[in-house]
Design a binder for this molecule. Structure first.
Ligand code: MCN
Ligand code: MOS
Length: 764
């Protein structure tokens, strides 16, 4: 178990309260190397597994010759589908019941290049690696379909759940005075967190311990428990520190099952580390997407109709949907609307979640399209957004809980100097640099899943907060310490936060940008309960110092309890605990709805996404909002694009810690710049291999690519959205960055790039 200690230097005391700019309390252990990451454990007797991946993208494994590998020094086991311990299928993340058939993490039928087909387990990593090279696989290969541009992939099949329609969009489009229609595309993009994936699995009898980076301790523990048919409590998953995930560490992957199977078969702890190239095929990444958007409008630029048709790639054997109509359907007021989506199976690993799945590519489509319309009708790209401003949710027909997008447009435009933009393309230039200004909006929904937290007041006055929620860099440790400090009335230095352990109170997934709102809410409720109990004790206990004062109202501030009736006397919490002989006060609270609160076993032992409320459940439609203003400079001779200036204004409601929220926003913006200009998974169309499966060839931005970023918070507390008034932060800011850059590039050059990334060959 890891304890994060807040005894460190920071700014003034108010920094420690909610809304204060407290620096990350997990920072010192991270930069001094004291933080223990999953793969840094060395349990007694540990051995090493190396997974062998398919070199073909389509076909079947005919034979696996393991003889030489088995004979290699140190080799303990060569695992194939034929000898692997059978395990069960597990419930999926939505709560859909598991398949009857057993789950086979090693494949016989191959549907993508890089699919795990065997594993070698040896005493050392080097032995396992060398022996893995000796395994001979014979395939029966068939021609793969490597992308949805392959004519053989067809149109795919419709996902009815994604259909959103009102009015008569086709008819309104047909008679609209102004019509534009274009296709927008985003490539395969991959999660490349700094810490690659992997795990250590150890069995002690029927107890499974896992050290594995995780965005969802409870969901992953449940899956492992179901795979092996053991109770949830028999799985201990530890993930106190995580080197980023961006959506890729929320579910156990097949290699996790392989490691746990091998550990059980050998009765030795097994470490299985995924190599960087394997991170491109061992789990999802964002699928390639394409969207056709037709806009019908008046000559003044008022929208009359949107017809949106879209598709994303999925794997051959499973359904992955990247919701491409998510922003299209809520950003603008439009009387007629139709959005439909297909998924197209190709020979790829099943795509997964990558920061703002859905909203991110969705915004690329609609926010470029609206920009195109602005030029078509000859009005300013910012004005056209205001002209079509949605005063309520046009799809759900509900009022926004809060939507400070107008304020964001105003604040962003002012800080950026949008008014200095000259309207026509190629009209701003400095030497060999064409200068362009672009704008685009973004949004991310407020998701709500119940959470649970424990708050303890210990005899020495320390406050302990415990939750199985995680911190992969967002700041969970820090904001939960601030929440407890504020609710109880103690300096933040006295709060200790424990996270990332399945034996702690249950928390939902740190995905969908919901954890901060949910867990600050649960900790707030638990901390108030603990405080109430402490005050009750102080008032009622025979030995309480306040008993003598006969005080019936008490306050706690700075860790000192006092009675307003007797201003002079204040007693430290530790002293109250000592005098009353209490060793601890504990409050376990959850934020389950009233009707589930007392029969919460199902929730506690079966956390799936099924308890998540939609952003439009209830009286309001709840979303975070943002706008990005970008200046690009495009070299006239070389077509190179640099983002030279950027101002973003964002509405995430109340910020629990502005320093951390700003850092989250900037992280998202940086990823957005990478998406716009650099990121592109290249799949060899002949054999389905990801060609640039490493950080040398799959480009992500570095410091030199990023200008000074200015972020402005325009949010106000939104207590419809969450207990403490915050809205989503983590994924918001990536949404809208790529279209803002594409729009700026058009303004600079007069060239409209509708397929990401915007590389130089598309501009010359
Ligand atoms: N915050 C705040 N005020 C609010 C809400 C949030 O100050 N009203 C700040 C807090 O510091 C909080 C952080 O923003 O810890 C993120 O909060 P939230 O939006 O609830 O997001 P989650 O905690 O659920 O984190 C997940 C989210 C997602 S889904 C992805 S993807 C993502 C992201 O966070 N991956 C990240 N940010 C990441 N940051 C890092 N460093 N690494 C990743 O892999
Ligand atoms: Mo974030 S992609 O929802 O983990």
């Amino acid at each position: 178990m890891t304890i994060v200690d807040t005894k460190m230097k920071h700014g003034d005391a108010s920094d420690g309260l909610l809304g204060g700019r407290l620096a990350r309390i997990d920072g010192p252990v991270k930069i001094t190397g004291a933080a223990d990451y999953a793969m840094e454990h060395f349990p007694e007797g540990m051995v090493y597994a190396v997974v062998i991946d398919s070199t073909i993208a389509s076909g079947r494994v005919v034979a696996i010759d393991t003889g030489s590998a088995e004979a290699y020094p140190g080799v303990l086991l060569v695992l194939t589908p034929d000898n692997a311990l059978p395990i069960k299928s597990a419930t999926d993340w939505t709560g859909a019941p598991p398949a009857e058939a057993p789950f086979e993490p090693l494949a016989r039928e191959v549907t993508f290049a890089g699919q795990h087909i065997a594993a070698v387990i040896a005493e050392t990593f080097e032995q396992a690696t060398a022996a893995a090279a000796l395994v001979k696989v014979t395939y029966d290969e068939t021609a793969p379909i490597s992308s949805f541009d392959d004519p053989r992939s067809g149109e795919g099949f419709p996902i009815d759940m994604m259909t959103k329609e009102w009015g008569d969009a086709e008819a309104a489009l047909a008679i609209a005075p102004v019509r534009i229609e274009q296709e927008y595309r985003t490539p395969r993009e991959y999660n490349v967190p700094i810490e690659p994936h992997g795990l250590i699995a150890r069995w002690e009898g029927d107890m499974l311990t896992l050290w594995e980076p995780s965005q969802w301790i409870d969901g992953m523990s449940r899956t492992y428990a179901e795979w092996f048919g053991i109770p949830f409590e028999k799985v201990r998953l530890l993930s106190p520190y995580i080197g980023g995930g961006f959506g890729s560490k929320a579910f156990p992957a097949r290699y996790g099952a392989v490691a746990a199977i091998a550990a059980k078969m050998l009765d030795r702890p097994v470490k299985l580390a995924i190599t960087r190239p394997q991170t491109f095929t061992a789990f999802g990444g964002r699928p390639a997407t394409r969207q056709t958007i037709a806009l019908g409008a008046t000559r003044e630029g008022k929208l009359l109709s949107i017809v949106h048709r879209s598709a994303n790639e999925t794997s051959m054997d499973d359904v992955a949907v990247e919701p491409l109509g998510s922003v299209t359907s809520i950003m603008y007021a439009v009387p007629n609307f139709s959005s439909r989506q297909n998924i197209v199976p190709v020979n790829t690993v099943k795509p997964g979640a990558l920061r703002a799945p859905g909203e991110n590519p969705s915004a690329f489509g609609i926010e470029c399209a609206i920009d195109e319309l602005a030029y078509e009708v000859g009005i300013d790209p910012l004005d056209i957004r205001l002209l079509n401003y949605a005063e309520e949710d046009p799809h759900a027909r509900k009022p926004w809980s809060t939507r400070r997008l107008r304020e964001a447009y105003a604040a962003g435009a002012e800080a950026f100097g949008w008014a200095k933009r000259s309207p026509s393309v190629r009209s701003m230039r400095e030497g060999k640099q064409l200068i362009g200004y672009g704008v685009a909006a973004g949004t991310y929904p407020v998701r709500r899943t119940p959470g649970e937290a424990m708050v303890r007041i210990l005899s020495n006055g320390t406050i302990e907060v415990a939750s199985s929620g995680i911190d992969m860099g967002q700041g969970t440790y820090t904001i939960l310490a601030q929440t407890a400090a504020e609710a109880i009335g103690v300096p933040v230095e006295t709060v200790v936060v424990k996270l990332g352990d399945s034996s702690l109170p249950r928390a939902p997934v740190a995905g969908g940008s919901q954890l901060a709102n949910l867990m600050t809410g649960a900790v707030h409720v638990a901390a108030l309960a603990a405080r109430d109990e402490l005050i009750g004790l102080a008032i009622n206990d025979q030995n309480s110092p306040f008993r003598d004062l006969q005080a019936n109202t008490l306050t706690i501030e700075g860790g000192q309890m006092s009675s307003p009736r007797d201003a002079g006397s204040s007693v430290a919490i530790a002293e109250v605990m000592r005098r009353t002989g209490r060793d601890r006060i504990e409050a376990l609270r959850n934020t389950l709805p009233e009707n589930l609160r007392n029969k919460d076993d199902h929730f506690r032992n079966f956390t799936t996404i099924s308890t998540m409320l939609s952003p439009t459940e209830g009286d309001y439609s709840m979303h975070s909002w943002c706008v990005h203003f970008v200046e690009v400079r495009v070299d006239v001779d070389f077509g190179t694009v640099r983002v030279s200036r950027m101002v973003s204004a964002l509405d995430s409601g109340r910020l629990y810690n502005p320093k951390l929220a700003e850092s989250q926003w900037k992280g998202g913006i940086i990823m957005g710049i990478g998406q716009a200009l650099l990121e592109e998974g290249l799949v060899d169309q002949r054999n389905g291999h990801v060609m640039n499966n490493n950080l040398g060839d799959y480009l992500v931005p570095t410091n030199a690519d990023i200008p000074d970023l200015e972020v402005i918070s325009v949010g106000i507390p939104d207590t419809n959205a969450s207990i403490l008034g915050g809205k989503a932060v983590g994924e918001l800011a990536i949404v809208g960055v790529a279209p803002a850059i594409a729009n700026a590039v058009y303004h600079a050059t007069g060239i409209r790039v509708r397929d990401l990334p915007i590389t130089l060959e598309k501009l010359i």
